[in-house]
Ligand binder design. Structure first.
Ligand SMILES: [Fe+2]
Length: 435
């Protein structure tokens, strides 16, 4: 970047950012890591005989995963809450909170485990901080939907165990919740929401069906690719004080490193994981890739694709991962590729594209073609927005308005400015990725 690094402190507000942060829970990764769960809670200072709660859903109970986790917590008392709903609403989280208060009073449990996909993990994160801070979930949602009260306490220890490889919810500082009457998503967002530990065990992911495997993989790939192609942190303005530095603060050399490895792992293992779910090596590589993609995308920041995905998901209740899959070619790999063809040519190489003899523009175009080919090979993903949710020309105006008006936190890191007309053109391009 061509700027003067000697800018003095009082001029921060008008100076480029010079500082980046990387905040993470502790991470325990690997086959049968679940067997170290009792040690993990002892390490967090939880006393033997303490009482904890596993927050999960009925599917994971019926698959035996909840029982397996309980068995690893032999020296503790454990209850199971298995009523988590997909894309949890505020009411669904309040139901979990009521369960906790009925069983344990206002103080709640001594520790919590979130076991499952993003919905279980976000329910566990939200319930834990509401118990710790008092009141109900709406108190901690930003105004005008909620009361905007600050979260000041993390509460009892929380360990998150994902059973999908994709959302990154196990490391993020937000719990995303649906507000049904408004058809929007809101979040409790605070460093106190972040878990103490993420335990990632690929043996918990082999039961995930092909369709869910493909959708969550595309979300993970989206985090890695978007993280790699956001603005650089030092091309954004410096935060006026450290506390106000945004969660999505632009890419750094460290996030680029995680993106690069994530893209290699995810793109070279996703076909195996989708077509042969029992392939534990592929599952392990996917879980590792998804974690690295999340470290990149959930700190550097997602971009236009995720900004477009939220209005689509709010209106049509589509799965986040398949929405990302459908939008990535037109947004990230189409519109944004023009911002820096050199960088997208690098991405193509990470994705395994043979770029011999291609110039940077041709390599970036080939990346888009091969990404679409990957989706077709997985054989479980829709061909575009039209197939995903019957979106047509008449819906584009609303979707584009929502994108530019409500997704500022994601668009500020996008490598190209986006007007409403730009967003309309990208939505139009995403109707059909293939015929
Ligand atoms: Fe995502």
């Amino acid at each position: 970047m061509g700027y003067d690094r000697s800018v003095s402190a009082p001029e921060h507000a008008q100076a480029p950012e010079t500082v980046w942060e990387l905040e993470m829970p502790d991470i325990r990764f690997g086959r049968d890591a679940v067997e170290e769960l009792d040690f993990q809670f002892e390490d967090l200072g939880v006393d033997p005989g303490a009482r904890g709660l596993i927050v999960t859903d009925e599917t994971l109970v019926s698959l035996g995963h909840a029982e397996r986790v309980c068995e690893q917590l032999g020296e503790f008392e454990v209850d199971v809450y298995d009523d988590v709903e997909r894309e949890p609403s505020l009411e669904a989280v309040d139901d979990c909170i009521s369960f906790i208060r009925d069983e344990q009073g206002e103080a709640g449990y001594d520790f919590y485990v979130g076991l499952g996909g993003g919905s279980c993990i976000d329910t566990a994160k939200a319930a834990r901080v509401v118990i710790a801070n008092g009141g109900e979930v709406l108190d901690y949602i930003a105004e005008p939907t909620g009361n905007g009260e600050p979260v000041t306490d993390s509460g009892a220890p929380l360990v998150l165990m994902p059973t999908t490889a994709g959302t990154g919810a196990e490391i993020s500082p937000v719990a995303i919740l649906s507000v049904e009457e408004k058809e929007i998503k809101e979040a409790i967002s605070s460093d106190h929401v972040r878990a103490d530990v993420a335990v990632l065990d690929p043996t918990l992911t082999t039961t995930l069906p092909p369709e869910q495997t493909a959708k969550t993989a595309m979300d993970a790939l989206g985090h890695a690719i978007e993280g790699y192609t956001t603005h650089s942190y030092d091309s954004l303005l410096r935060a006026e004080d450290p506390a106000s530095r945004p969660v999505y603060a632009g890419r750094t050399p460290v996030t680029e490193m995680f993106s690069e490895k994530a893209i290699e792992l995810l793109s070279s293992n996703v076909r195996r994981a989708v077509h042969n779910g029992d392939d534990l090596e592929a599952r392990e590589n996917m879980l590792q890739g998804a974690l690295m993609g999340a470290i990149s995308g959930l700190t550097a920041g997602a971009s236009l694709c995720h900004a477009m995905a939220y209005p689509v998901g709010n209106r049509y209740h589509t799965y986040h991962g398949e929405t990302i899959a459908v939008l990535t070619p037109a947004s990230t790999l189409g519109y944004n590729a023009a911002s820096d063809p050199e960088r997208f040519a690098e991405l193509a190489r990470m994705f395994g594209v043979d770029t011999t003899g291609l110039n940077t523009r041709e390599a970036a175009d080939r990346l888009k073609d091969e990404y679409i080919q990957l989706q077709r090979d997985l054989n479980v993903l829709p061909s575009g927005l039209a197939e995903l949710a019957d979106v047509d020309e008449g819906d584009i105006d609303w979707l584009a308005s929502q994108t530019v008006e409500t997704q500022e936190r994601l668009l500020r890191c996008n490598p190209r400015p986006v007007t409403k007309e730009d967003a309309e053109a990208v939505f139009r391009d995403a109707l059909y990725n293939w015929e």
